[in-house]
Design a protein around this ligand. Sequence first.
Ligand code: PLP
Length: 373
Amino acid sequence: MSKVISAVPFLDLAPQFQALEAEWLTAIRASGAKGSFILGPNVTAFEQEFAAYVGVKHAIGVANGTDSLILSLRALGIKNGDEVITTPFTFFASSEAIDSVGATPVFADIEPGSFCLDPASVRRCITAKTRAILPVHLFGHPAAMDEIMAIAREHKLAVIEDCAQAFGATSGGRVVGSIGDTGSFSFYPTKVLGCYGDGGMITTNRDDLNEHIRRLRNHGAVKPFLHTEIGCNSRLDEIQAAVLRIKLRTVNSDLDGRRRVAAEYDRRLADAGIKTPSRPKNGTHAFNLYTLRLPRRDGVRQALTDNQIGSSQCYPLGLHLQDVYQHLGYQPGSLPVCEQATTETLSLPIYPGMPVEHVARVSAAVNNALAPG
Ligand SMILES: Cc1ncc(COP(=O)(O)O)c(C=O)c1O
């Protein structure tokens, strides 16, 4: 009789939904009953609670994480002819936002351990046109913020932290999103703090940016029907805010759950001769993703697929080598640390509440695939 093997999904959001379903639906019904759907009392309360968690003066709810980057860049006055230094090893939205305001992304290389921007490479990218640095706290690992902030101060550059993958990570005792001029968050359902659709948040300590972003997200209006500039429609709705308020209350235990899964993988993969995720020297990892660096990556991935185990290849091509950026003139070899990472990285399933038997099965499949002979 053949043994039935249950699949190990890359991500399973259903248990979390089931656990919170009753509370979510009650909150959603209550906002509907009040006739409050967009930018209502849940959004205001969530903005305050979010700002308190991150440790900033202001948090502004927007429609998604991409908009949170675009509106931050716009409020900082970044425009056509400006250059913004960012990482090529990230989701496309990080650089797409720079193009969306008419500026040019300039790609610096990454650090081999953290997969985040390498400050030494950032320095080499600075020109007379550089206006800002956009570090991404990738996979939940904080970027080297002390060094990046020092470069920014020296050259009078703005810093936009892309925290889409790193809600709850810390650097130098500060929660990410509280260090640069702005912090940018996504509530896409796969994120550490995910909502019931799309959503995003911008954090800042600057009153001028807070006011400006609040205008921009609502058609540039200073008050109803009075517009002082061209803005857009990027508002957070009450359903998302109601759900996010509930999730924010237990997000620390979700973060602990992710860290426990990561520690279990570390232990079970310790003898595999591969590089398990590095930990920040002076901070904490949020483990939105658990990403290995390993030889024969494609073979290992195939072995996982054969064992009905989900995995993800984040990211298979550096942004500097994407077709859309051909005009920028990068060539294979331009950013070697990033390019090596694109051939060696593999993300394993991780989410709070992932059964330990699944962690064991994934680890055993990786160990077997790498075993000699
Ligand atoms: C690093 C990074 N930046 C920005 C975004 C964009 O967020 P959203 O999908 O909410 O627009 C994402 C989403 O995956 C991301 O991973």
